[in-house]
Design a protein around this ligand. Structure first.
Ligand SMILES: Cc1cc2nc3c(=O)[nH]c(=O)nc-3n(C[C@H](O)[C@H](O)[C@H](O)COP(=O)(O)OP(=O)(O)OC[C@H]3O[C@@H](n4cnc5c(N)ncnc54)[C@H](O)[C@@H]3O)c2cc1C
Length: 409
């Protein structure tokens, strides 16, 4: 078994790191550290620019505007973006606001209308499953979908919906037959912003940095049969779609957590080198070294488990995808926390802040940063880099001084 990262993916990782370093770092530095939310205009500019370079939604088919990047490439791309430690890096690869593989099961017309503009980052969406009375037990949703001639009428409330306020459309799960639950009782609808009877309720703030979550309210919201995901033949198939969505998301979250953990670990190592106590760097102490090694081992195990999930499992005849995806999510959700956890606790200060303070202005800690050289992989014509000044419009961009790194084509 070959455990090395294929050359083309290593290059892709360098390219996205270069993009983040050159174009996003100045914007990232302008963000208010006291303010969790990234302005949605800036988020969308980053998405758009990343799509122009071919990173965003790179794993979607080429005929829909993606690059057909295999899943391992996408996982490594997400990991590299997160490893930059930059808040805006999270928007260079798509999240719940972006395209979902579920839309590959849509009708051709739906793909054209909804999926293509998500891949190009011209639109954003939200996934609306959770309700106040149905979270983990998602098949017990109470939002109803009642057939009325050729249309359906939706009634109910969703909550904790990421990007709920800004989405151009929502993928809404509603019960066409509450008694049947998962077994044919739930249908997925594509509901556009502005549809009468569909409104955004109150904002809900969680502990996660970035977008808040929102309530979505449906009051006699009438949608046509063409709004059923996959067409009228898919009535009752929604629960399966919802579970697929969650399984796909787990892998992305695992990749992101691995990248964040990598970043945190690099900060911890740097801090252990820089911080002195009793006339020597604290990293000379075996106890401190032990914590760093524990973190490195945890991280290595998480990465291997994630890669194995992508590469080995799908080749097996019976792919327990959902269970494995869940296991990876549970396992990898933790190292994202663990390596930086010992920093503040064992190094006596906020390791990140302290480590940053040791750097010359404008420099970062990431050991893999550096000049990119000429990327071999090119694709679309580069329309020019993002400018500093968070709300500068694309039209005001300066000519690029250097060739921008590009995505997989
Ligand atoms: C940041 C964030 C973003 C989100 N974005 C979205 C979104 O975009 N779209 C969307 O639809 N939803 C979204 N959600 C909602 C999320 O999917 C739900 O929070 C999740 O399904 C859990 O539901 P709940 O919060 O109602 O918890 P509950 O289901 O009430 O569970 C409470 C606790 O009980 C535990 N528990 C429940 N059942 C069992 C069991 N059988 N065995 C053992 N333990 C159990 C749970 O693990 C949990 O710890 C988001 C949530 C968060 C925090």
């Amino acid at each position: 078994m070959d455990f090395s990262i294929p050359d083309e993916y290593a290059e892709l990782q360098r390219n996205i790191t270069g993009f983040i370093d050159r174009e996003l770092r100045p914007l990232d530095d302008e963000l208010d550290p006291e303010q969790d939310d990234v302005p949605v205009e800036l988020r969308d500019r980053v998405r758009k620019r990343s799509a122009e370079l071919g990173f965003y939604a790179a794993d979607f088919p080429e005929d829909l505007g993606g690059s057909g990047l295999p899943q391992l490439g996408m996982v490594l791309l997400r990991e590299a973006a997160a490893r930059s430690g930059r808040r805006l890096a999270g928007f260079t690869t798509y999240g719940p606001e972006g395209p979902t593989g579920l839309l590959l099961n849509a009708t051709d017309e739906q793909k054209k209308k909804y999926l293509v503009p998500l891949i190009s980052a011209d639109k954003s969406m939200c996934f609306a499953l959770t309700e106040p009375e149905a979270g983990s037990d998602a098949q017990s949703i109470r939002t109803t979908a009642t057939r009325d001639g050729d249309s359906w009428v939706l009634n109910g409330t969703k909550h904790f919906i990421t990007n709920g306020k800004h989405a151009d459309f929502a993928l809404v799960f509603a019960a066409n037959d509450r008694a049947k639950k998962a077994q044919g009782g739930i249908t997925a609808f594509l509901v556009e912003k502005g549809t009468p009877g569909f409104s955004v309720g109150r904002a809900q703030r969680g502990m996660v940095e970035g977008e808040g979550q929102f309530e979505l309210v449906f009051e006699d919201c009438r949608v046509s049969e063409e709004q059923i995901l996959g067409g009228a033949g898919n009535v009752g198939m929604g629960f399966y779609s919802a579970m697929q969505f969650l399984a796909m998301g787990r892998l992305s979250i695992a990749a992101m957590c691995n990248g964040i953990a990598d970043y945190a670990l690099s900060l911890g190592i740097q801090y252990a080198k820089d911080r002195t106590a009793f006339d020597r760097p604290i990293g000379k102490n075996q106890y401190v070294q032990g914590h760093i090694v524990d973190s490195a081992v945890e991280l290595k195990a998480s990465k291997l488990m994630t890669y194995e999930r992508v590469e080995v499992r799908p080749r097996r005849r019976r792919d327990p995808g959902v269970i494995d995806g869940q296991a990876v999510r549970i396992r990898d959700g933790q190292p994202g926390r663990r390596p930086h956890d010992p920093g503040p606790r064992r190094h006596g200060l906020d390791a990140r802040a302290a480590a940053r303070a040791h750097l010359p202005a404008g420099e970062d800690l990431h050991p893999r940063r550096g000049d990119l050289g000429d990327p071999k992989v090119h694709h679309r014509q580069d329309p020019g880099p993002l400018e500093s000044g968070s709300l500068a419009t694309p039209a005001s961009r300066a000519d690029p001084a250097a060739p921008a790194p590009s995505g997989p084509r």
